[in-house]
Design a protein around this ligand. Structure first.
Ligand SMILES: C[S@@+](CC[C@H](N)C(=O)[O-])C[C@H]1O[C@@H](n2cnc3c(N)ncnc32)[C@H](O)[C@@H]1O
Length: 224
């Protein structure tokens, strides 16, 4: 298990409460899901889905005929997602407990959209995880990455808080994983929320991207 994942173990029960979701992070996921332009019946892959905070807006967009596959390495975080699914009675959501860098998505693909919120800056092997997921999109599939950076401008005053948030979540605020969308998608739109602390990047893949060769250096593998 990754040294980062214990953060998403026993403490997972309190994740929704303690993650500043309401004041800071919900805005990013809502914006990304709006920019994905989901339609009824769409199939969505939510990588590093955690407790399923993306599910309410995604399910509202794809409807009962749509489907979501959530992948997460933490069983405790997925327990939160399971409780949410049970509460809403959604039948179109499936969860897989697995490492996103190695999970076999072959039987589940293709997807119309890939959504990764606040997870790539945490994942070991994130470039591999991202590329493998992108390769499972249908032509014209949409990608949205939401992740963290240190705020800019006046927001720099909030650096201690932002650093604390990244540290508690195990996120690397310098990784900028959204830049990878530029390498696989057209029509890429970058947005900054909360003084740049929250980055939302959305694009469209013209053709299914092929998985890249496995990284051979720590730098190619997201610095790990
Ligand atoms: C900060 S949480 C974000 C959860 C959710 N996407 C959200 O927006 O609330 C990061 C999630 O990434 C998951 N994660 C970290 N490394 C992973 C990996 N290698 N494979 C799958 N999930 C991973 C953690 O278990 C955790 O649930």
């Amino acid at each position: 298990m990754s040294p980062r994942l214990p953060r998403y173990g026993p403490a997972a029960r309190f994740y929704d409460l303690l993650s500043a979701e309401r004041w800071v992070y919900r805005a990013g996921r809502l914006r990304a899901i709006a920019l994905l332009r989901l339609s009824a019946g769409d199939r969505v892959l939510d990588l590093g889905c955690g407790t399923g905070l993306n599910l309410p807006p995604v399910m509202a967009a794809v409807g009962l005929s749509g489907a979501v596959l959530g992948v997460d390495a933490s069983g405790a975080m997925l327990d939160g997602a399971r409780r949410r699914i049970a509460r809403h009675g959604w039948t179109g959501v499936r969860l897989i407990e697995a490492d996103a860098a190695t999970v076999d998505l072959g039987d589940e693909a293709p997807f119309d959209a890939l959504l990764v919120t606040y997870a790539l800056s945490i994942m070991d092997g994130w470039t591999v995880a991202f590329d493998r997921a992108v390769a499972r999109l249908s032509p014209g599939g949409r990608i949205a990455v939401v992740d963290l950076a240190l705020p800019t401008g006046w927001g720099r005053l909030g650096w201690p808080l932002a650093r604390f948030a990244c540290w508690t979540g195990g996120a690397d605020p310098y990784r900028a994983p959204w830049r990878r969308i530029d390498t696989v998608a057209d029509d890429v739109r970058h947005e900054r929320l909360r003084s740049g602390h929250v980055r939302v990047v959305v694009g469209t893949v013209a053709t299914p991207a092929m998985p890249r060769p496995a990284p051979t250096t720590p730098e190619q593998n997201g610095g790990r």
